[in-house]
Write a protein that binds this ligand. Structure first.
Ligand code: SF4
Ligand code: SF4
Length: 109
């Protein structure tokens, strides 16, 4: 199989606000309090140019998550389109916003 499509994408890490229950074991220096119950990944709440502080590399070229083993639940649960056979329209929307075409079933062959 070709390399995992997310490794040349990263669009979702630079598009959505990534928030989660504050007590998740995500390294503190990468997070900020959103409210009493929730924190978010620094950089993902920007209305201008969101980008998670833990994202390494160039979106659409080559990326990696600097805290992969400790990334928060929304990142663990976010499925790339057709990874398990169905489209994730949020994946497609993030890719579109970064000028990338949506993934297709063929990307997983
Ligand atoms: S923690 Fe990692 S996977 Fe989650 S948004 Fe940031 S760079 Fe992406
Ligand atoms: S937008 Fe989709 S393809 Fe891109 S990194 Fe996120 S899940 Fe993977």
């Amino acid at each position: 199989m070709s390399p995992h499509p997310c490794l040349s994408c990263g669009a979702c890490c630079a598009y959505f606000r990534v928030s989660f229950y504050w007590a998740e074991p995500v390294p503190d220096q990468f997070t900020e309090k959103l409210n009493t119950h929730r924190s978010f990944m620094i950089g993902t709440d920007s209305s201008v140019e969101p980008r998670c502080v833990a994202l390494q590399g160039v979106v659409g070229k080559h990326v990696s998550c600097g805290i992969y083993g400790n990334r928060p639940s929304p990142c663990r649960e976010f499925e790339a389109s057709f990874e398990s056979g169905v489209e994730n329209t949020r994946c497609s929307a993030a890719r579109k916003a970064k000028g990338l075409s949506p993934l297709t079933p063929g990307d997983w062959k």
